[in-house]
Ligand binder design. Structure first.
Ligand SMILES: NC(=O)c1ccc[n+]([C@@H]2O[C@H](COP(=O)([O-])OP(=O)(O)OC[C@H]3O[C@@H](n4cnc5c(N)ncnc54)[C@H](OP(=O)(O)O)[C@@H]3O)[C@@H](O)[C@H]2O)c1
Length: 282
């Protein structure tokens, strides 16, 4: 059996989806080639679980070419950070040449050329690159991760966001559900629709704050952007989130895309995880 390549396999702070996909496939007895960029403790853990390790930078063709050798299926994820389009372009070019048959790629709910954040527009371009490579791309267009709200709260005891009214609606999902759909699509023997919209729960920011048991505090977008740099230390993240929260504030009480989607249940066989379960796993 040829290995399944899982990028982002070490698992970072945004959703840890690659890590969960790798572990799920390994537990199912499937061969996994885990792409990691550091030979650290997380790589050692993956090795202990039975993964083959591919080490390198996803933006570097000399690292991606051997990683995709003899691979038929792959999971592609790259954090909200500089270089996502470089990584997608390298992946698309190499995978086209190596004959990849399916790539499950993480994207965002609002991916569109007119999307409200620059990073969502980049995701749309990345989708086009993967589609045109003819590598069976399936795009997971995911809602806001629960993890995102946890990071926003940090140790402040408040959910301070430039979202306007506490009645502003957010489409949400657990990173773990994105990963579980990803693993399900990778294992599916049947054709899969090329775009999967993923939202597990729709609620207002006021309701979300109450589940975390903290107050929601509306802040001015410029003030938020200025303070966010100290927390996220990444220009692309701050740019993306500033536009994202402003976009949700403008949308207000909902959008046609804001609905719980069937894909989670279809590929996992269970209902979506709730924010309440995420906050208090019991
Ligand atoms: N956060 C949200 O609310 C949200 C919502 C919708 C969609 N998404 C999408 O979710 C995706 C991110 O989720 P995730 O679970 O993958 O994030 P994550 O948990 O932060 O994991 C990212 C992984 O990519 C690795 N990585 C970073 N730069 C790399 C490079 N140049 N070469 C090789 N590996 C690299 C990281 O390694 P290190 O840990 O070693 O740096 C980490 O293991 C993005 O596409 C984002 O747009 C996020």
């Amino acid at each position: 059996m040829t290995p399944i390549l899982v990028t982002g396999a070490a698992g970072g702070t945004q959703g840890g989806t690659g890590r969960r996909v790798a572990e799920t496939l390994l537990r199912a007895g499937l061969p996994v080639r885990a792409f990691v960029r550091g030979d650290d403790a997380r790589a050692a853990e993956l090795k202990d679980l039975g993964a083959e390790i591919a080490l390198g930078d996803l933006r570097e063709i000399r690292a991606v070419t051997p990683a995709l050798q003899d691979v038929r299926r792959a999971y592609f994820t790259y954090p909200v950070a500089a270089g996502m389009l470089d990584a997608a372009a390298v992946f698309a070019a190499v995978a086209h040449q190596s004959g990849l048959e399916r790539v499950v790629a993480v994207s965002q709910l609002g991916s569109d050329p007119q999307a409200g954040t620059p990073h969502m527009r980049r995701h749309w371009v990345a989708e086009q690159l993967l589609d045109r490579a003819g590598i069976g791309a399936v795009h997971l267009r995911a809602a806001v991760f629960f993890e995102n709200l946890r990071v926003a709260i940090g140790d402040t005891g408040e959910l301070r966001l430039p979202l306007g009214s506490p009645d502003t609606v957010l489409p949400l999902i657990a990173g773990a559900d994105v990963a579980d759909v990803g693993a399900g699509v990778l294992c599916a023997d049947t054709p899969v629709a090329p775009v999967q919209w993923l939202a597990g729960e729709i609620m207002t920011v006021g309701e979300a704050a109450a589940i975390f048991d903290v107050p929601y505090v509306n802040v001015d977008p410029e003030e938020w952007a200025a303070s966010a740099m100290a927390r996220y230390r990444d220009d692309v993240v701050v740019e993306h989130l500033t536009h994202l929260w402003t976009m949700f504030a403008a949308i207000g009480s909902g959008h046609e895309l804001f609905r719980v989607t069937e894909s989670i249940e279809e590929f996992t066989g269970r209902p979506p995880r709730t924010l309440r379960d995420f906050v208090d796993p019991g």
